[in-house]
Design a protein around this ligand. Structure first.
Ligand SMILES: C[S@@+](CC[C@H](N)C(=O)[O-])C[C@H]1O[C@@H](n2cnc3c(N)ncnc32)[C@H](O)[C@@H]1O
Length: 239
């Protein structure tokens, strides 16, 4: 009865825009369009549908032949090492936390070997859903995402069926990889069950993968020191 009376909460869709930073040449913001300069209020879309933006990779990368995305780069350890080893890959790092985005970018710029990195500051669920074109990404990397351990916060987890649907849409045809790692057993099981239930992919290494090309992330190093278990998997989207 109580539940019947409970009002259904509708989360509005908002306009979001991609903006290049004025101060950092490799930094882009994907953020709400504000109603005015002095207001922080985001503008909702009139039809409550996602605001798809007309984005092409050549707006941010010179070469668009091979694009990979890291979700939640943190301090940028993986971003720096992987981009150094792969001048042929254009790597988009990402962070919704601006201070980590800047930290990772500065770290990369200090040791910069090639011009093959950009950083997206924003929520990657919306960027992938609303901006990334179909069949345009070669691989995704998602290492140690925030686990949101409390049940009431599980809804904030990024690795869910609706996100995996967007991953599948944006990956190029062929055998494309999604690299996954976490220390959180329950989130790991939930994530792998999402992949298992998804018709377009196969888990080719289940909890037994090694760090991608031997590169351990910042959180991974910390968790290993603390003796926590690490669950690493590789998922192939091939159908
Ligand atoms: C636990 S840290 C892991 C960082 C790094 N991958 C590592 O393994 O060292 C997770 C990071 O993901 C970022 N993050 C969480 N949700 C995000 C989202 N929806 N979009 C972009 N970044 C996100 C957080 O700000 C945080 O820095």
């Amino acid at each position: 009865m109580n539940q019947e009376r409970k009002k259904k909460t509708i989360i509005p869709e908002f306009y979001r825009d991609l903006k290049k930073s004025n101060t950092h040449p490799a930094l882009y913001y994907f953020s709400f369009r504000k109603s005015s300069k002095n207001s922080k209020k985001p503008i909702p879309t009139p039809d409550n549908l996602p605001h798809k933006i007309d984005f092409k990779w050549d707006q941010i990368f010179d070469s668009t032949g091979h694009i990979e995305i890291e979700i939640g780069s943190g301090k940028g350890g993986f971003l720096c090492e992987y981009s150094k080893n792969h001048p042929e890959i254009q790597l988009l790092g990402s962070e919704w936390d601006k201070s980590w985005a800047l930290f990772a970018l500065r770290r990369w710029m200090q040791k910069k070997h090639h011009d093959n990195v950009n950083m997206l500051c924003g929520d990657m669920f919306y960027f992938v859903r609303d901006a990334v074109p179909d069949h345009s990404v070669n691989a995704y990397h998602m290492y140690f995402p925030d686990p949101w351990p409390k049940e009431k916060h599980h809804k904030n987890r990024l690795l869910k069926a609706d996100f995996v649907k967007e991953v599948a849409r944006t990956l190029k045809p062929g055998k494309r990889h999604f690299y996954w790692a976490t220390d959180h057993q329950e989130y790991n099981e939930e994530a792998l069950s999402v992949f298992d239930a998804f018709p377009k992919c196969t888990i080719i290494e289940r909890n037994s993968a090694s760090p991608t090309e031997g590169i351990m992330t910042g959180f991974e190093k910390k968790y290993i020191q603390e003796g926590r278990p690490i669950y690493r998997s590789i998922i192939v989207f091939d159908k």
